[in-house]
Ligand binder design. Structure first.
Ligand code: NAP
Length: 270
């Protein structure tokens, strides 16, 4: 972790799972001088209790921000802007996502729409609203090249969104809405990388591995085959996944811009 260098960081879905673990691990970096903006959709709700407790211990480092919908995302960007003052945002981690399962004939249209809104529209809107602070960070560095301690957008994606890999896993994991949305997020990453290149803001998609969280653990429910999946255990603890992701993030350069990697640093097929 000592190698990790970043400035001010915003992480969405920071109240539980991998997002919460990332906030905790960033706090372990010796003498962090940056601010961590922890995004969640219900800052006062029961699912954010652990995050609120963490803020009590580190009130000068972590700020909880509400990123639930287009309106709150816009408002949160204003709040973060005023807290940053003359400083800037170095890294945005689009981590929040929802996993809806189902296949072509079973998926309710509403689930498909909600999954798309959360997993694709959410990251797009967050990137758009926070772009000025990332641009300020990139300019402030005054040197060429890309890195996460300069300015970066990290989209937490999934091999479930890989058009190359997912068809052979689909029978075992019939999560059509999730996979389609993550494929959408992957394309969003590749295209936004083109748009962000002139500003030298790094942008890439990162797969955390299969991790024991609410999403990746035993609570995955896929209609009639719920029981079968209950016996499949995700191999990774959140701690190991996030340690790997932060290692990868620390090592990123312009060579990985617009790419798709996993938490071990391996390049993945789109
Ligand atoms: P998780 O434990 O289910 O946490 C999901 C987070 O996203 C929560 O903070 C949740 O907030 C937030 N979220 C869900 N819907 C939202 C919405 N509509 N608006 C705002 N926030 C919303 O999942 P995780 O395992 O930590 O996953 C983190 C990321 O890793 C996701 O992008 C996921 O696709 C990716 N990933 C995970 C695995 C795995 O095995 N776990 C594998 C591949 C990729 P609430 O508490 O308010 O619901």
């Amino acid at each position: 972790m000592a190698a990790f260098k970043a400035g001010n960081v915003l992480i969405t879905g920071a109240n539980r799972g991998l997002g919460f673990e990332m906030v905790k691990q960033l706090l372990e970096v010796p003498c962090p001088k940056w601010q961590i903006f922890a995004g969640c959709r219900d800052p006062d709700g029961p699912k954010s209790e652990a995050l609120r407790e963490l803020v009590k211990k580190h009130p000068s480092v972590i700020t909880i921000i509400d990123v639930a919908d287009p309106c709150s995302i816009k408002e949160s960007a204003k709040k973060v802007g005023s807290l940053l003052g003359k400083n800037s945002l170095n890294m945005l981690v689009n981590n929040a996502a929802v996993l809806a399962s189902g296949s072509m004939m079973t998926i309710p249209a509403e689930d498909m729409q909600n999954t798309f809104n959360t997993n694709v529209m959410g990251p797009l809107l967050v990137i758009r609203e926070y772009l000025p602070y990332l641009q300020t960070a990139a300019k402030a560095r005054g040197t060429s090249g890309m890195s996460c301690d300069k300015a970066a957008v990290i989209n937490i994606s999934s091999t479930g969104g890989s058009i190359t890999s997912m068809p052979s896993m689909y029978t075992q994991f019939p999560v059509l809405p999730y996979s389609v949305s993550k494929a959408g997020l992957n394309m969003l990453t590749a295209l936004i990388a083109v748009e962000l290149k002139p500003d030298e803001i790094l942008c890439m998609a990162l797969h955390p591995g299969w991790v024991r969280t609410d999403m990746g653990g035993e609570e995955v429910s896929v209609g009639s085959i719920t029981t079968k999946l209950m016996f499949l255990k995700a191999p990774l603890e959140a701690r190991e996944s996030v340690e790997g992701m932060l290692r990868v993030i620390s090592s990123l350069t312009e060579n990985e811009h617009g790419g798709f990697m996993d938490y071990t640093g391996q390049t993945l097929p789109w």
